[in-house]
Ligand binder design. Structure first.
Ligand code: DLL
Length: 450
C-alpha cells in the first residue's frame, strides 16, 4: 500500500482501506508520518473551524485561520480544549456533524453534574475498530483468537470499543461485559479464551474468584494475553496479574473524548505504548505553563485528533501524566512511545509537600508478603494538612495476631519508598470493595472547596 492511499483516508468518512494489519503505516519513516499528520491536521482544523462554533470563536480570538497551519509546530498556536468545554456544550454542542449523520453516542457516567457526550460517524467507528484491531495485533492477537471481553458494555467506551476491534481483527468475541464473575471464570475455561480484555483491577477480581472456586486459570486456561487499561496500574500489579492468570499483560490506553480504547497500546516489546500517530497528534505540556516540555520529560498528555469527523478535538488536555519517546522500538514500529500513565493530575495527592499518585502506593503494597493487591486510600484534612490512611488487605489465611505487625511494615515501607507518613489499617480478606470496572482507589473526605 502506498503513502498516497494513506493520505487519501482524509478525515474519517467510511473507508474501504483496511490497514491495521499492514505494517507500512505502523513503520512509516517519521518524516512521512509527519507529512501525513500535517495534511490531516489541516483538515481537522478546517472541520472544527467550519462546523463547531466554539472552535471557530476561539480560533478567531487567537487570530488563526485553518490555512495558518503550515508546520506541525503550528499546533502550539491552537487553543486548548478542556473536559469542561464538553460539559458546557452538553449534549451535542461540540459536534461537527448533525446528530442525524452519526452512528453512535457514548457518554461518561458524569459523577459530578452533566455527563460528557461523544459522537461518532460510521467512518469514525471504522477507524476506531481498525485501531483496536491494530492494538490487539501489536500485542500478539491473531485471527481466530477467542477474545473474552469483560469491559463494561453500554455508554462506557471499553466494551463496544474492544468488541468491534476484536471482530475487525478476525477474533471470536465473547461479549461478557463486567459482573457475574463466577460465570466469567467458567466461560474463560469452556470457550478457551486466548485474550482477556478488562480493567487490571477486574482481572485480579476474576483471578481471585477462580482461586476461590478451585480453578487454576494460570495452569488450566488457554489465556495468553491480557489487554488491560482504563485505569492506572503499576508494574508490580502487572507481575501479580501475570502470575495469577498465566498470561502476558499488555497496557492499552484511551479516553472517550478522543475515541475510546486503542489510542495507544503496548506492542509485545512492552516498552511504552505506541500512540497511533496517523490518527492522533500527541504533545506533552507543563500543566502550569501550558508549554510543551522536551521529549522524555514528564507532563500532561495533550491530544489532537487527526481523522475524527463527528467530534474533532483540538489540543485536548487529558489531565494524564506521562512521558513520551520517539526513539525506535525493537518491534520496528515508528510511532511514538507513551510511557505508562502513572495517574491523572486530578488524582495527585500532595501530602506535606510530597506529590504522590495512588499507583505509587500500589507499587509498594503489591508484592509485600502477606499483603493482598487490594487497597484504598482515604484522604482527610487534619488542620491545614492533608492526611492519608491506607486501607490494605491481607492474603487469605493470615493470622489476625499478625495484622499490627503487617500495618507497621506497610507504613515503614511507604515512608521509605515514597517519603510520606501514613496511617495503615489492615483489613480481612475480601473487605476492600472489588471493582467490575474502574477501581475506586481514593476516598476523598476533604471538605469541598467552594
Ligand atoms: O477508559 C477508555 C478505555 C477503555 C481505555 C478500555 C482502555 C481500555 P474513559 O472512561 O473516558 O475511557 O477514561 C479515560 O482513563 O484519561 C486515563 O485517566 C484513564 N486510563 C485509560 N487507560 C489507561 C491506562 C476509557 N492504560 C481515562 N493507564 C484516561 C492509565 C488509563 N490510565
Amino acid at each position: 500500500m502506498s503513502t498516497t492511499t494513506i493520505t487519501e483516508r482524509g478525515t474519517g468518512e467510511r473507508q474501504e482501506a483496511r490497514h491495521y494489519l499492514h505494517p507500512e503505516v505502523e513503520t512509516l519513516p517519521r518524516e512521512q508520518l509527519a507529512e501525513l499528520q500535517l495534511s490531516r491536521l489541516r483538515a481537522t482544523v478546517k472541520n472544527a473551524y467550519d462546523n463547531v462554533p466554539l472552535h471557530r470563536s476561539r480560533l478567531d480570538a487567537a487570530g488563526m485561520r485553518p490555512e495558518d497551519i503550515r508546520t506541525l509546530d503550528d499546533v502550539q498556536r491552537l487553543p486548548f480544549t478542556l473536559k469542561t468545554d464538553l460539559r458546557d456544550h452538553y449534549p451535542f454542542g461540540m459536534f461537527a456533524r448533525p446528530v442525524s449523520e452519526l452512528s453512535r453516542l457514548h457518554a461518561s457516567s458524569g459523577t459530578t453534574g452533566k455527563p460528557t457526550v461523544v459522537g461518532y460517524t460510521q467512518g469514525d467507528l471504522d477507524n476506531w475498530a481498525d485501531l483496536v484491531a491494530r492494538s490487539l495485533t501489536s500485542a500478539g492477537g491473531r485471527r481466530g483468537d477467542v477474545v473474552h471481553n469483560a469491559y463494561g458494555y453500554g455508554l462506557f467506551t471499553g466494551g463496544l470499543g474492544a468488541h468491534y476491534g476484536a471482530e475487525r481483527m478476525g477474533g471470536v468475541i465473547v461479549p461478557m461485559s463486567g459482573g457475574s464473575t463466577e460465570r466469567q471464570v467458567a466461560l474463560i475455561m469452556d470457550f478457551g479464551a486466548r485474550i482477556l480484555c478488562s480493567t487490571p483491577s477486574y482481572a485480579l477480581a476474576i483471578a481471585e474468584v477462580a482461586e476461590q472456586q478451585g480453578v487454576n486459570l494460570a495452569k488450566d486456561s488457554r489465556l495468553e494475553i491480557g489487554m488491560f487499561g482504563a485505569e492506572p496500574w503499576s508494574d508490580a500489579m502487572r507481575v501479580e496479574i501475570e502470575a495469577r492468570l498465566g498470561l502476558r499483560a499488555v497496557d492499552i490506553y484511551g479516553l472517550s473524548e478522543i475515541m475510546g480504547p486503542g489510542v495507544a497500546c503496548e506492542c509485545s516489546e512492552r516498552n511504552g505504548l505506541h500512540g497511533w500517530e496517523d490518527h492522533f497528534l500527541f504533545e506533552v505540556i507543563d500543566p502550569d505553563t501550558g508549554r510543551q516540555v522536551p521529549e522524555g520529560q514528564p507532563g500532561e498528555l495533550v491530544i489532537t485528533t487527526l481523522t475524527k469527523t463527528a467530534l474533532p478535538m483540538l489540543r485536548y488536555r487529558t489531565r494524564d501524566i506521562t512521558r513520551v519517546s520517539t526513539t525506535p522500538c525493537a518491534c520496528g514500529r515508528t510511532h511514538v512511545r507513551i510511557l505508562r500513565v502513572t495517574g491523572r493530575n486530578d488524582d495527585m495527592l500532595i501530602i506535606r509537600g510530597v506529590n504522590i499518585y495512588p499507583s505509587q502506593v500500589e507499587s509498594v503494597l503489591v508484592g509485600l508478603p502477606d499483603v493482598a493487591p487490594h487497597y484504598q486510600l482515604i484522604v482527610e484534612r487534619q488542620g491545614r494538612l492533608d492526611h492519608v490512611t491506607v486501607e490494605a488487605e491481607v492474603q487469605p489465611g493470615v493470622d489476625p495476631a499478625a495484622y499490627d505487625g503487617i500495618a507497621r511494615r506497610i507504613a515503614h515501607q511507604i515512608k521509605t519508598m515514597l517519603g510520606i507518613s501514613t496511617d495503615v489499617i489492615v483489613k480481612r480478606p475480601g473487605e476492600i470493595p472489588r471493582s467490575q470496572g474502574k477501581a475506586v482507589r481514593v476516598r476523598d473526605l476533604r471538605p469541598k472547596s467552594v
